[in-house]
Design a protein around this ligand. Structure first.
Ligand code: M6R
Length: 364
């Protein structure tokens, strides 16, 4: 059932090109996104003043990427909330609010409760979920299914990348209905999105280099993940994977925030993974990388193939295929998933069933 792989996690990492293809299948025309399960007229959407994205764990991390996409493309303000916080803080939502809940399983107790709370307050609720017929899919007004297929490993991988695609589709859809992006621009993003599954495969084909790199992490106690903008959002996912399955204390930091405290913790014992794909903040990120290098940290950078400038400031560069910045998260997370996986294996951890964790958190 593991299809020849040693663990479900590795199998699911490798299923991503297929999962990503299936999730966009039938939803992309040349300059238009088609979301059959979402039915928002431009009239209704013009009544929406704010978006809340609500989820837990990895799904929340997908929401952090979604915020930037929706704000950038559809010009709607977005708040991203952890479900267990959202539901207890009397959020300011009403019939002018669009709530997007994200859940792989569609059964997470806090996410479900948040969904119900939002509905009670009159919000329109769209779910992004992976399980057809799940409670979340039944309770939401509209559904965008991710077609990742069953995810068995506790650590989420293919659910995350397909949730990111769900966010891209939703962001484009909202922009299309609101008229905030010209069709030609939507067309350009769509053609880049279609390249993503093959680009993920390209990264997977380089797996052995990440496997080697994992050796540098086997004996460490702490690791830092840095980035700005969307790279920061993916850093959080990378750090979570590392903590969850390899039990290494990992922290994600907004690169520019380092010197406000955390830099004090950086020493030669703390490897740093620095994502530098977002072109508008690339130079700023490199300045932050130099700050950690000056503390003798070993730095692993990640950027687009063809960008030779990062190599000067780091110890090792992981190159990903070139894409537009908004789609980069779907690529940058792949080496981070593989890294967490190989570190976990090397440390002899139970990769698919990490201690104290359950696949689906149905208690509050
Ligand atoms: O099924 P859900 O997407 O609602 O689950 C949310 C989280 O429990 C889940 O993403 C968790 O953080 C993963 N184990 C992370 O790898």
């Amino acid at each position: 059932e593991k299809g020849g792989y040693e663990h479900f996690m590795l199998k699911e990492i490798h299923e991503q090109p297929r999962a990503l293809r299936d999730t966009i299948l039938g939803r992309l025309e040349e300059e238009k996104v088609v979301l059959q399960e979402v039915d928002l007229s431009s009239e209704q959407l013009s009544q929406m003043h704010k978006v809340y994205i609500v989820a837990c764990g990895t799904a929340w991390h997908a929401g952090l990427v979604g915020k930037t996409l929706i704000e950038r493309w559809a010009h709607l303000p977005v708040e991203v909330d952890i479900a267990s916080e959202f539901r207890y803080r009397s959020p300011l939502i009403d019939e002018h609010t669009l709530v997007v809940v994200v859940s792989q399983s569609g059964e997470t107790a806090d996410t479900l409760a948040a969904l119900r709370e939002a509905k009670n307050r009159g919000a329109r609720v769209i779910a992004i979920t992976n399980v057809v017929g799940s409670t979340v899919s039944r309770d939401a007004h509209d559904v965008i299914y991710t077609w990742a297929g069953p995810e068995i490993a506790v650590a989420s991988t293919k659910a995350y990348t397909t949730q990111l695609e769900g966010m891209v589709l939703l962001g484009l859809y909202l922009a299309q209905v609101k008229g905030t992006l010209p069709a030609s621009k939507i067309g350009e993003i769509i053609s880049d999105l279609k390249e993503i599954p093959a680009q993920v495969q390209e990264i997977l084909d380089q797996e052995s280099s990440i496997r080697q790199l994992a050796q540098s992490f086997v004996g460490v106690e702490d690791a830092f993940f840095l980035g700005r903008s969307l790279d920061w959002a993916v850093s959080m996912e990378g750090a979570l994977k590392m903590k969850e399955i390899s039990y290494i204390h990992a922290e994600a930091y907004a690169a520019g925030e380092l010197k406000h405290g955390t830099l004090a913790l950086v020493t030669e014992q703390t490897p740093v993974i620095a994502l530098a794909t977002q072109r508008d903040v690339f130079d700023k990120t490199v300045s932050n990388i130099k700050e950690v290098k000056a503390r003798d940290a070993k730095v692993f950078g990640m950027t687009y193939k063809g960008n030779t400038s990062l190599a000067k400031s780091v110890d090792h560069v992981i190159y990903i295929p070139e894409t537009r910045d908004e789609l980069a998260p779907i690529l940058t997370v792949i080496p981070l998933q593989l890294l967490a996986y190989y570190v976990s294996v090397a440390r002899g951890c139970d990769v698919d069933k990490p201690r104290n964790l359950a696949k689906s958190v149905t208690v509050e």
